[in-house]
Design a protein. Sequence first.
Length: 302
Amino acid sequence: MIRRRRFEVPLLGRQPLSLGERTLVMGVLNVTPDSFSDGGCWQEPSRAVDRAIEMEESGAALLDIGGESTRPGAESLSVKAELARVIPVLERLAGCVQVPLSIDTYKAEVARVAINHGAMIVNDVSGLLYEPELANVVAEHQAALILMHNRGRSREMYSRARYLDVGEEVADELSDSIQLAVRQGVSASRIIIDPGLGFAKRTDQSYAALAAVDRLVGLGYPVVVGPSRKSFLAGNDSLGPNDREWGTAAAVTAAVLEGAHVVRVHRVREMVRVVEVADKLLAASEKLPRWEVGDTSWTQPI
C-alpha cells in the first residue's frame, strides 16, 4: 500500500475535481445495444437518464456515458450513429445531475459535440492511438482527458497481448500517450491515466496490470481503474458479467490499496461501500510505522 498523492483536476466552468482524499466512484452508463455487460439496458434516453440519476443518488462522483461498445471483437460505429446515441442523454443530464459528465469516446468529432453538450471529461480507450487529433479537441475546449492503455483495435487487441513486463510496458506506453497529449496542447493538470484492464491483456496480464497500479501512480498523474465485471474476473467458472460483482469488489479494493484515485464501475451503490472500507484501510496503513527487511527497530514515517 502506498501514500496516495492528491490532485486538483481543472474542470471548465466548475470547481476542480479533487482526487486523492478519498476514492471516487465513476458510474458506467452504456447507451449501447451491445456492450458486454449491460448492452441494451439503457439505450432509450429516458431510461438512461433515470439510471444516471440513480447512480448519482447512490454516490457516484462521476458519470461516464458511452455510445460505442469497445469490447474485444466489437464493430466500430460511425460518428453520426454514436452522436445519435449519446447527445440526447447528455442534453438531458446536463440539467439534472450535479456530478461531472464524461464522454467515453475515441473520436475527435464525437468529443467536440459532446463537450458542447455538457461533457467535461473525455475518456479515450485508445490512449490517443486511434485518433490523435482528439487531443486537439480536448485542448481547445479545456476538457479533462483520461488516457487508457490499449494496443490495436477491438478485433486485433488480443493478438498484441505480448509482454515481458506488463507493469513496465503499460507505464511506458501510457507515458508516450501523455507526451503526445501535452505536445498537442493538453494541460498536464487535466490528464488522468488508466491501465486498461482487459484491453490487449489476457487474464494473467490484467491481474499483473492491476497489481502494478502503483507504478502508474509513480508517473505523477491521477489514476482511474475500471475492473467492473470484466472477463478476467470470471476465473475457471465462466461466470457471466452480472455474476462477477464479488470479483469486482476484490479488484476495486486492490486498486484502492495500490493508489487508484477513481474506480469505474457498473454497480455504484455496492462499490461505494467497498471503497469506503478500502479507503479506511489505506488511511490506517499510512499511520503505521515503516519497516524494512533487515531493520532492527520500527521507525515512524516522516
